[in-house]
Structure formats: structure tokens, C-alpha cells
Design a protein around this ligand. Structure first.
Ligand code: ATP
Ligand code: MG
Ligand code: MG
Ligand code: MG
Length: 565
């Protein structure tokens, strides 16, 4: 490619809504342009990167034996009604009607559609197990789209679904997909971790998330300093053994209650639907009164809740204790709505505790909390409130817990029969009996990965692409080519040779200053830069610099291609 035919849409300004490095750099480097909140156009340069993510993902899916399909983005309501998710999903599901007033939604995920396909297409148990996958646009009406394509409303996902006769077969395929995911993230050249996860609104029992490690990540993950133990912090808390409580429990040791508020009253005030109470811990007493509300600082919903709680417009960085206190105009212990006292308990959490001191429960022990997950109704059984903090012993007894930030880029689930039984996806088994198929599902955030890769690989000058994701491998920068015919001829020849060697090269044939070329190529993150000038033609040497290096080096021109390969 030549820059004369492949315009670089680099810009100096960063948009005011760009809070994190990848969002700023994707705009500045000309990878994406915003259309509206959470909606982005991919420019040619950005799309080249996304295509690389897709290519590697496809190759590993094919290796895992998955079959590619393409399902419609627009989905009929009837299928969602069959599983009950039409009612359960909440406002993230973008619903619309066609001209005949029939209900549809824009697919946020495709379990219903694939299950419908499977119940019609899979005729014999002999066809099982089978894995289908697609790479396709999803739509989720995110409450707070942000960070560019990291959390957008329209995004590209690779989603796969597997069908099985029995649990063993599901587990086998789950293992194959887990390995395929590890291969994919290894090939991207990203630092990542697979963690035990909660299966949330998708359902199922066993689930893992894949996180790209980055400070700006919205999730917290807990892992052992010594062993392989790694879990999403919510899951780590849910899995913590009985009696092994973190410091928050102590602060919830409360006595007597003159004033009580029902959970309904409080959730209405905070604007928390019972079904969308992600990452919030409500601690309630025996009579359903609110004892404490815990807001974890690792999800966008918190900002909204914090807004309601503290009456402030700006989203709060709950990780920053001072910021929280000054924004709330509060000291630890000051009183908020419902007489709730503000208390900072762990580095990423704020607890609002009742000022009226809601009594110790009957047996004089700790109050107990429930972990309210999205779309899961409040369970009757109330569990202990648990927190996992840095330095806790790892649950497997090896090492201690370290907490890091991660960007969720993949999520795999053993679904079981949640969809297949609701939708009667049955099959005749070997014994001639009707049997419900068992399912797994496996997602990768294709477009989010582009942003996550930048989040992990950049410096003050711009993006530093890992080789596998770079839009071009080599930037060929001739110095003052427009003044030297022999240089032009030599540069064209080198360009040809690079192309013939199968190297993706961006030939900067613009009539611009060297400094301008260099800063563009650094900003867009091309791994290798080759500078050729009139001097090179006399000496036979070119100037080479890796994007990761601070200095250039001289290389004989004839050795360039073998060096790059
Ligand atoms: P998150 O916790 O970030 O909201 P999720 O758990 O809702 O993600 P899944 O339903 O597990 O997402 O979807 C599979 C993958 O799709 C995620 O692991 C993530 O990489 C990607 N993804 C989900 N929502 C978005 C979004 N709004 N923008 C970009 N990618 C997304
Ligand atoms: Mg989500
Ligand atoms: Mg998630
Ligand atoms: Mg997920």
C-alpha cells in the first residue's frame, strides 16, 4: 500500500469524551470515527487490524472443528419469549417493530437463534457433538457506552455454540474451546489471564472469562501469587469458603434498628432494578430492611448509582478514596440518603451503612448479605457477605491473592439445558429415546480486542502493535524522494521486493517532511520502520528502527528482507 492511495486519517486533537489511551489513540491514529454514542465507523486502517483479529480467531475455530454460519442480526421476539428472556433481559435489549407491528430485537447474543436452528437441523445423535460459530455484529443498548469500541452499543463478536448428547461431551468440547481461546490470545501476543467467572444472565454452571491485563480494565480479577488460581473478583467472593470473611463483615456487625426501609423502597430510590443489580451487594436484615449497600467500583453502573447516592453529576472513580470523599463532600462516617453512613472499606468499594444502626440479627451474629446478580431473582437463602482483598490466602492454599485489573475479551460457558429444554431442542438418541441436547457457548469480543491490544501496548508517541495485529509490518520511508529520481527508482524497487517477499508494507510516498512521516508511522504503530535516502544508495545501508526501540540502526540493504522475515 502507498500512503498516496491509502490516506492516513491521523489527527492531533483527542475528543473530550475519550478517557482512556486506546480510545484517544484509535481516534488520533485514524482507526475509527464516532457516529453517535456507542456507534463507530471503522476506517480502512482500523478495519485491517480488526480483520487480523478475525482471521486468527477463524483459524483457531476451524482447528477446533467449529463450523461457520451467519445468523441474522434482527431476531423475532417469539424465540426470546420461548426462553423467557424477552421479559428478563431488560433495557439493554434493543426492541423494535416491523411494519406489521411484529416484535423484533437487535441480537445482543444468539442463543435463541442457534437453538432454533439446532432443533430443526440436527436430526441424529450421530451428528453430535457439533460446534457452530459466527463472526457478526451484536447490538446492546449499553447503559453507559464508553471508551470507544471497548464498550460500544454495536460491536463485533465471535460467538460459538456447541450441542451435545451428554455432559462428558460438553466438558470435552469446553476444554477444546478453552485451549482454542488460549491459542488465540497467545497468537495476538497479548498478556491475558483465564479466570473462573460468573455466568450472569447467559446462565449455566461452569464459566471462564479471558481478560487482557490492563490498568484501565473495568473488571477486577483475583489470582494467586503461587498457583494457577484466578477468578473474577465477584466469583472469588462468591466462592470464598464459609466463615472466611473479609474486613467488610466486621463493619456490618450492627445493633438495633429504630428506622427501617424496605429493599424495594431503597432499590427504587437508587434506580436499581432488582434484575439489573450487577456487582452490587445489598445487605438486608431479617425483615427485608436495608442494612448496608455496597457499591463496587469496577463497573459503569456504579457511576450511575453513585450519582443517585451522592447527588453528583460526574462519574466517581470509586477506586480513589480521596476522590470519593471529596465528591461526596464527606468524611468516612458522614451521613447520606436513608441515613446511610459512608464508609470506605476496601480499595475499590464504598459501603453505605445505616446511621440508625440496624440491629444485630436475632442470634446476635453478623448481618448477612446477598450477592444480587443481574437477572437472577433475589434468592430466599441469604448468604454471607464476603470480600476478597489483596493479601488474602488463595483458596487453594497456595500463595496469596493479588488483585489486578482486566478487560474481558472472551467468555465461555457450559450452558447445560437452559435453552435447549425451554425450546425443546430434542434429539432421538441411540436407544431410540427422546433426549434434550446439552449446550455450551463461547464468545470473543472481536472489536473490543483491538482497543484492549492498544491499552496494553502504547507509549507517548502512539500505538505499538504486536506483530500479529499490526495493519502493516513495515513502514518504508524515503527521504526527499520527490527531489531525487534515482532514490525514487530505488525506493520503488525495495517496495516491490518487500511485497514480493510477502511483507505487508506501507510505502510513504507523500511529499512530506521526515519528522511528519515518522510521527505518523509511530502513532499508527507500525512495528518496523525502514528509512532510505540518497546516502543509502551510495553506502548500500538503510536505517532501521523497531517501534519498540529507542535508537535506529544501520543495516545493509541486501540484508533487510532476511532480517525482517
Ligand atoms: P461486559 O461484562 O464487558 O459487559 P459481557 O459479560 O456483557 O461483557 P458477554 O455476554 O460475555 O459480555 O459477551 C462476550 C464478549 O463480547 C465479552 O467477553 C466482550 O469481549 C464482548 N462485549 C460485550 N459487550 C461489549 C460491548 N458493549 N462492546 C464491545 N464488546 C463487548
Ligand atoms: Mg455486558
Ligand atoms: Mg462480563
Ligand atoms: Mg461476559
Amino acid at each position: 500500500m502507498r500512503t498516496s492511495q491509502f490516506p492516513l486519517n491521523t489527527v492531533k486533537e483527542t475528543p473530550s469524551d475519550a478517557e482512556i489511551a486506546s480510545h484517544k489513540l484509535m481516534i488520533r491514529a485514524g482507526l475509527i470515527r464516532k457516529l453517535a454514542a456507542g456507534l463507530y465507523t471503522w476506517l480502512p486502517l482500523g478495519l485491517r487490524v480488526m480483520r487480523k483479529v478475525e482471521k486468527i480467531t477463524r483459524e483457531e475455530m476451524e482447528k477446533a472443528g467449529a463450523l461457520e454460519v451467519l445468523m441474522p442480526a434482527l431476531q423475532p421476539a417469539e424465540l426470546w419469549q420461548e426462553t423467557g428472556r424477552w421479559e428478563q433481559y431488560g433495557p439493554e435489549l434493543a426492541r423494535l417493530q416491523d411494519r406489521h407491528q411484529r416484535d423484533f430485537c437487535l441480537g445482543p447474543t444468539h442463543e435463541e437463534i442457534i437453538t432454533d436452528l439446532a432443533r430443526h437441523e440436527i436430526k441424529s445423535y450421530k451428528q453430535l457433538p457439533i460446534i457452530y460459530y459466527q463472526i457478526q455484529t451484536k447490538f446492546r443498548d449499553e447503559i453507559r457506552p464508553r471508551f470507544g469500541v471497548m464498550r460500544s452499543r454495536e460491536f463485533v463478536m465471535k460467538d460459538a455454540y456447541s450441542f451435545h448428547l451428554d455432559q462428558e461431551s460438553l466438558q470435552e468440547t469446553y476444554q477444546v474451546m478453552y485451549q482454542a481461546y488460549s491459542n488465540i490470545f497467545n497468537r495476538f501476543g497479548l498478556q491475558y489471564r483465564a479466570v473462573i467467572a460468573d455466568s450472569g444472565s447467559i446462565g449455566g454452571a461452569v464459566s471462564h472469562e479471558f481478560h487482557v491485563l490492563a490498568e484501565s480494565g473495568e473488571d477486577a480479577i483475583a489470582f494467586s501469587t503461587k498457583s494457577d488460581y484466578a477468578a473474577n473478583i465477584e466469583k472469588a467472593e462468591a466462592l470464598m469458603p464459609e466463615g472466611d470473611r473479609g474486613p467488610a463483615t466486621e463493619s456490618l456487625n450492627l445493633v438495633d434498628t429504630p428506622d427501617q426501609h424496605s429493599i424495594d423502597e431503597v432499590s427504587a430510590f437508587f434506580g436499581i432494578a432488582k434484575s439489573s443489580c450487577l456487582k452490587t451487594l445489598i445487605v438486608k436484615g431479617e425483615e427485608d430492611e436495608l442494612v448496608a449497600l455496597l457499591l463496587r467500583g469496577d463497573h459503569e453502573l456504579n457511576a450511575i448509582k453513585a450519582e443517585k447516592v451522592f447527588g453528583i453529576a460526574a462519574p466517581l472513580q470509586l477506586a480513589d478514596e480521596e476522590q470519593v470523599l471529596s465528591a461526596c463532600n464527606a468524611k468516612p462516617g458522614s451521613v447520606g440518603p436513608f441515613g446511610l453512613k459512608i464508609k470506605i472499606i476496601a480499595d475499590r468499594s464504598v459501603v453505605l451503612m445505616s446511621d440508625f444502626v440496624c440491629g444485630a440479627n436475632q442470634d446476635g451474629k453478623h448481618y448477612r448479605g446477598v450477592n444480587w446478580q443481574r437477572d437472577i431473582p433475589l434468592p430466599d437463602q441469604i448468604e454471607d457477605l464476603r470480600l476478597v482483598v489483596e493479601g488474602d490466602p488463595s483458596p487453594d492454599g497456595e500463595g496469596t491473592i493479588t488483585i489486578a485489573r482486566g478487560i474481558e475479551v472472551g467468555h465461555i460457558f457450559q450452558l447445560g439445558m437452559k435453552y435447549s429444554s425451554a425450546m425443546k431442542a430434542d434429539i432421538i438418541n441411540e436407544g431410540g429415546k427422546n433426549q434434550t441436547m446439552i449446550m455450551g457457548c463461547y464468545g470473543i469480543g472481536i472489536s473490543r480486542i483491538v482497543a484492549a491490544a492498544i491499552e496494553q501496548n502504547h507509549d507517548d508517541n502512539g500505538i505499538i502493535w504486536p506483530a500479529q495485529l499490526a495493519p502493516f509490518q513495515v513502514a518504508l520511508c524515503p527521504m526527499n524522494m520527490h527531489k531525487s529520481e534515482r532514490l525514487r527508482v530505488a525506493a520503488e524497487k525495495l517496495y516491490r521486493e518487500l511485497l514480493d517477499a510477502g511483507i505487508e508494507v506501507l510505502f510513504d510516498d507523500r511529499k512530506v517532511r521526515a519528522g511528519f512521516m515518522f510521527s505518523d508511522m509511530e502513532l499508527i504503530g507500525i512495528p518496523h520502520r525502514v528509512v532510505i535516502g540518497d546516502r543509502s544508495l551510495d553506502s548500500g545501508m538503510i536505517e532501521y528502527r523497531a517501534r519498540t526501540a529507542s535508537e535506529s540502526q544501520e543495516l545493509p540493504m541486501v540484508e533487510l528482507i532476511p532480517f525482517l522475515l
